[in-house]
Design a protein around this ligand. Structure first.
Ligand code: SF4
Length: 153
């Protein structure tokens, strides 16, 4: 098991977690989680959050990929949201609500924007040395305009 997931990094820890997760899914649900697809959103989320190692982001990634109306927030999206001023805190639900209130209410659109924001965070709005010079959000970005303001003082 550990060797199979070696390229993902931290393979020994991850292998242990996957085995534990599999054990719980087998014991609790007979190895079958397909019912989640048809369950109401909050019930499905609760069940996923009760599984070991499953946090809000992982649960929402699964749910939005099943076509449910939710928006997963990862570390890139948190950083971009704070820099742009879309959110004022790192609170998962606040950031999620901010994006869901902004976007067309459609799971396909949520997933698309989620993936694009992650790519944007990797390529442009990087944690260190964001590439503001090539970014199309400069005019509306709090982070950039604060830096510019400080540079002009
Ligand atoms: S202007 Fe800079 S900080 Fe703002 S969103 Fe773009 S890359 Fe990120």
């Amino acid at each position: 098991m550990a060797n199979a997931i070696k390229p993902a990094g931290m393979h020994r820890v991850r292998a242990r977690k996957i085995i534990e997760l599999s054990r719980v899914i087998l014991e609790k649900y007979g190895g079958d989680l397909t019912w989640i697809r048809d369950a109401p959103l909050e019930e499905a989320r609760r069940a996923l959050l009760e599984l070991p190692g499953v946090g809000e982001k992982t649960a929402d990634v699964i749910l939005v990929n099943l076509g449910k109306p939710t928006f997963p927030v990862d570390t890139h999206i948190t950083r971009i949201s704070l820099r742009l001023g879309i959110a004022r805190s790192r609170n998962y639900r606040e950031i999620q609500r901010a994006w869901m209130n902004t976007l067309t209410p459609d799971p396909g659109r949520y997933l698309e924007v989620h993936l694009k924001l992650i790519q944007f965070g990797r390529d442009v709005c990087k944690a260190r040395n964001p590439r503001c010079d090539v970014c199309g959000f400069k005019d509306v970005c709090n982070y950039y305009n604060n830096i510019k303001g400080r540079a002009g003082q």
